[in-house]
Design a protein around this ligand. Structure first.
Ligand code: SF4
Ligand code: SF4
Length: 134
C-alpha cells in the first residue's frame, strides 16, 4: 500500500515539472503545421479578382463531389466562376482540388474551427471562399 502510494506520488512529481503539452483552448490556439490541410479557399490575383477560370477540373476530381461551379465570361472574354460553391460538410480535406488546379486558384488554409449548428452555413459561397481564413 505504502509502496504504491510512493510510486504514485513519484510519478505525479515527475510529471509536475515536465513542459505542458495541453492548451487552454479556445483562448490558446494551436499553430498548425505548414502542410496541415484545413478549409479550402480561393485565391486572388494582384487586381483583386479570383484566379479561378471555372474550368471545373477541381469539381470533376473532387472525391466527395462537394464543389459546384457555374462559369461565365467577362467583357474581355476571360472566364470566371459566376458561382462557386463548396459544401464543407462533405469535404474530406484531401487537397485533390488544389493539386489539380492549373491556376493555383484554390488552396488549403489552416482553418480547423468549422463546427456549426446550422447546416446551411456549411455551403460556402464564392464570396466566403475568397476570404482566406486563418
Ligand atoms: S479538399 Fe478534397 S474533398 Fe475537399 S473540396 Fe478539395 S477535392 Fe473536394
Ligand atoms: S479552382 Fe482551379 S481547377 Fe477549380 S475551376 Fe477554378 S481554375 Fe479550375
Amino acid at each position: 500500500m505504502i509502496v504504491a502510494l510512493a510510486k504514485g506520488l513519484a510519478l505525479t512529481f515527475k510529471t509536475l515539472f515536465r513542459p505542458r503539452i495541453t492548451l487552454q483552448y479556445p483562448e490558446e490556439k494551436k499553430v498548425m503545421y505548414e502542410r496541415w490541410r484545413g478549409r479550402p479557399y480561393l485565391t486572388k490575383g494582384e487586381d483583386g479578382q479570383e484566379l479561378c477560370i471555372a474550368c471545373g477540373i477541381c469539381a470533376r476530381g473532387c472525391p466527395a463531389q462537394c464543389i459546384k461551379i457555374t462559369g461565365g465570361k467577362r467583357e474581355d472574354n476571360s472566364r470566371y466562376p459566376v458561382k462557386f460553391e463548396l459544401d464543407i460538410g462533405r469535404c474530406i480535406f484531401c487537397s485533390y482540388c488544389t493539386q489539380s488546379c492549373p491556376k493555383d486558384a484554390i488552396k488549403m488554409s489552416h482553418a480547423y474551427e468549422l463546427a456549426t449548428e446550422d447546416k446551411n452555413k456549411m455551403l460556402l459561397s464564392k464570396e466566403v471562399l475568397l476570404e482566406r481564413p486563418e
